[in-house]
Design a protein around this ligand. Sequence first.
Ligand code: PMP
Length: 369
Amino acid sequence: NRVSKCKWSKDSKNQVPSCHSKWDWKHESKKILPDILSAVGNTPMVKLNKIPKAEGIECEIYGKCEFLNPAGSIKDRISRRCIEDAENNGSLKPGGTVIEISSGNTGASIAWTCAIKGYRCIIILPDKFSKEKESIIRALGADVVRVPLANPPDSPEGMFGKAHILYNQIPNSVIIDQFSNPANPLMHYDTTAEEIFDQCDGQIDMIVLGCGTGGTLGGISRKFKEISPQTLIIGADPYGSTYAQPDSLNETDVKFIEIEGIGYSELLPPVCDRSMVHKWYKFHDKEALTMARRLIKEEGLLIGTTSGLLVACAVKAIKEFKLGKGKKVVVLLPDGTKNYLSKFVQDQWMEQRGFMPCINTKNLWWWDI
Ligand code: PMP
């Protein structure tokens, strides 16, 4: 591996890896930023109002607006860090090519970082993921190679196999490999978790996280174990994925997941440390995507599919753990609505999948009737 020299160890529970170098992100919030890369992070934390009320929930639910990062998702945080680590350890040199496998958001963020820094970029994007994400990646000047998600990942036409073929063919290339790159969880350990802690003045009773690579889950839960061990860590996983524990939770007939970015059924990524999760919950596309539509319409939060799943999970977990007045719950809102304009944002798309009543009379104006 030309990128990572150190491991995100699962054994040393309270130890950060020895390669850990703290990124001085707090000092980057100056009036005029040197470039758009410096605008990553320090995202707003926003109180949800109508949804908790409608659900009869009395505790506070806060959404961490990661969709407001400059390239549109939580993945902006790790992209800069991974590329700068590769520059610093000499694996990425001027004129080099960056290759990454992604469900779209990391691809867009890596392509964006490469556009700013002047590297060639190739993103391996499985066919399931939205064409909006592909368009953004291409507009940033990167090449996109689509592979069938159903192909065995290590086969020549699978996502990892394809990346390695390109890596061997292209001189001066690196694979970022968010699935095993320790910079992925470390960035959340250093920035996302600390921002959440500061924004809530150190009182967080529950935090709800999903798992794609597991970088967010591993990094945030590790930091919270150190600074706020009483915080309940809740894991949210779609049916059709096998990341939840115990394994019996994952039993299902579901073969395809519409939600993009969390939940897979291949081997657990090396950066994913689930040992700090107190409880997992499973969700169907319908519950997640109807909640995503409610977040847009009722709270004005222009979020994507996983945000819907995470808020649906928060609602369920708050009720089950009986969190009442004065308690604070944080939910990540990882990406934004514009990634899905051809998908769940459209009533017709939702109706075709049985996710929405065909005619919602509440939404009709008098002249439609
Ligand atoms: N939500 C969305 C929309 C994502 O794209 C991702 C990353 N695949 C995640 C959540 C999960 O993040 P992580 O890879 O850190 O587990």
